[in-house]
Design a protein around this ligand. Structure first.
Ligand code: CTP
Length: 250
């Protein structure tokens, strides 16, 4: 929807876009064609949920919107899309996409390793918890002492495992959410995890990152290329990410 004055008297998102804009968008979509037809694209989205007891968990602020936008864009380009969602995602399943709902990092890992074997492209937009509670209490933990100590153990790094077993023709894309040294940390992750591209965003920037409609990212290539995008809707960021992936395939 377009933004501006609304019939209810307010102002904001909700106007019917100009017919000319709708037609242009349709023409653009059609012109792009089914450039990913016959390819399997695996996307992960959202935060993982690490259970403490039957009612509590450790989570993060990732909504899954960026990963869902990437999955939808890949489907529009004709790909066979598998979307693995983490436990904190509360979005509707997009039509025409096989969605696997998982809860924890361990469950996401199992689904991803299975689906990645024959995927041409893997895009890991999920915010995977680096640690999980070592013990998962069978019953709800009752309040008792003044302090409660939770011991956490490390989760496997799914992206690192995918990088280690990457096939020659497979394209692997990671995300890096940082609060400082964005470029340096992202480039380090790209190398360490054997990625082809990394999408880096500074999550301290308002309107970008977790649970927002827009994102401000830099797309960094294995060849050292850096593409800085302006603040864009997550749909437009998704398009640019897929354009970058397609140009690697040529
Ligand atoms: N990732 C993953 N498995 C993990 C942690 C991260 O697959 N256990 C993936 C994410 O999906 C993302 C990328 O790795 O594509 C970067 O995640 P991030 O948390 O920013 O990086 P880390 O490697 O965990 O490094 P750090 O937490 O030190 O910043």
């Amino acid at each position: 929807p377009a933004t501006g004055h609304l019939a209810c008297g307010g102002s904001g998102v909700g106007r019917l876009p100009e017919p000319a804009d709708i037609v242009r968008e349709m023409e653009e979509t059609q012109a792009r064609g089914k450039t990913l037809a016959g390819k399997k694209v695996l996307v992960t989205a959202g935060g993982t949920l690490e259970a403490i007891d039957p009612v509590r968990f450790i989570g993060n602020r990732s909504s899954g919107k960026m990963g869902y936008a990437v999955a939808q864009e890949a489907a529009q380009r004709g790909a066979e899309v598998v979307l693995v969602a983490g436990g904190t995602v509360a979005l509707a399943d997009p039509p025409g996409i096989r969605v696997l709902h998982t809860e924890s990092a361990l469950a996401m890992r199992e689904a991803v390793l299975q689906e990645a074997a024959d995927a041409a492209v893997v895009i890991k937009a999920a915010a995977v918890a680096d640690y999980r509670p070592k013990e998962r209490a069978k019953q709800k933990i009752k309040k008792n002492d003044a302090e409660l100590t939770l011991v956490l153990e490390k989760n496997p790094d799914i992206l690192m495992e995918l990088g280690a077993r990457k096939r020659e023709t497979q394209i692997l894309v990671g995300f890096a959410a940082e609060t400082q040294n964005l470029l340096a940390y992202a480039q380090e992750k790209l190398k360490k995890k054997n990625l082809d591209l990394i999408v880096a965003n500074d999550v301290t920037c308002p309107d970008a990152g977790f649970n927002t409609e827009t994102n401000l990212v830099k797309i960094i290539g294995r060849d050292g290329s850096i593409k800085e995008l302006p603040l864009l809707s997550k749909q437009k960021v998704a398009k640019t990410i897929l354009d970058a992936i397609e140009s690697l395939q040529k």
